[in-house]
Design a protein around this ligand. Sequence first.
Ligand code: SDX
Length: 377
Amino acid sequence: MGDTIEIKKGLAGVTADRTAVSKVNVETNSLLYRGYPVQELASTQPFESVVYLLWHGDLPSKVQLKDFMRRERVQRALDPAVVAVIDGLSEAAHPMDVVRTAVSVLGADDADAWNNEPEAVSAKALALFAKLPTVVAHIQRRHRGLEPIAPRNDLGYSANFLWMTFGEEPDEVARKAFDVSMTLYAEHSFNASTFTARVVTSTLSDYYSAVVAAIGALKGPLHGGANEAVMRTFDEIGAPANVVPWLEDALEHKRKIMGFGHRVYKRGDSRVPTMKAALDTLVDHYGRADIAEMYAALESEFVSRKGIYPNLDFPSGPAYHLLDFDTDVFTPIFVASRVAGWTAHIQEQLADNSLIRPLSAYDGVAERHIDGYVADK
Ligand code: SDX
């Protein structure tokens, strides 16, 4: 019996459910958010419109967008209790742990946390969407020994994110590149963190618990933590001339090269060209040809040796570095974006729920009985 069961390790290739949120098409190497190609959304729509699309199924009208933006902007500030918890954590705490803790606190402080009615989940999601940039910016400034900067309601989502982090309004090149990255990171069907959110939601737990669990999954370097790891790889290599020896040594030691490969895409991640173009605008803007050279050298060497292509984390890591974010803040930025996709899937799971509980194939010791057990000491 045991040897006839086919195990799908890592659920690779398993279709676990239907979704209307996004379509990842390996054959055409494309990604649709509610039917729209992500490249078109990234180049023409502000991130706030994309979030509205993911949550409501259609792009907003001018009136709907104005209202959505207004409701988001007025919720950006953090309660002093949340700030106190963040500032009470060790300076050495990883920003992903601080973000995870902050979401936990927001959930614990929400008397209505366990209300899973659609309107209630939408309200919690918008508040969290508004506050996460404030949390991330606060963390980075605390790392640099700087006082937090209050959010501004006269700035759009990405401009305000950069304002709170760096204390100056971003120029259009920086704002646009960041906004593109947020759209590209927002949603990607049943990736590990999104599926985690769906598993937690399927037990009818609360919205915040599903997001906290998803943050835990995203932290891993095989998933969201890769963008942070890409920049550490660049730093470790040091210069393009070192790529070949570094890569030969890494492959000899069976290391995973961060920012490359994907469980679903096998001929390149559909989002990479759009993010690479955004990275190129930053390279030109800041005169950092060295970053472009390192990127090109590592990509060409690894693709030619292993036929494994970059994923979205490969261009986004250097982009966030050029925007002057601390490396260990890259994945919290991913959280601020992906909470949009997690929310859409949480809502979808609640709307047509079934407890997620797969089977396992037992291959442990044969049945035995306690009367055969003697505690001899
Ligand atoms: C994200 O799912 C999503 O949609 C995720 C994401 C999203 O938007 O939510 O796209 C975001 O998580 C992107 C992935 C970020 N992670 C990394 O960049 C970490 C490095 N990548 C690898 O760990 C790997 O590519 C995975 C985990 C992403 C995917 O791995 P798979 O599909 O499980 O494939 P595998 O690990 O079984 O690899 C198959 C072979 C192996 O070689 P063999 O053991 O068969 O000889 O390819 C090799 C692997 O060793 N391989 C790599 C590699 N990726 C695959 N070898 C070196 N470096 C790599 N990056």
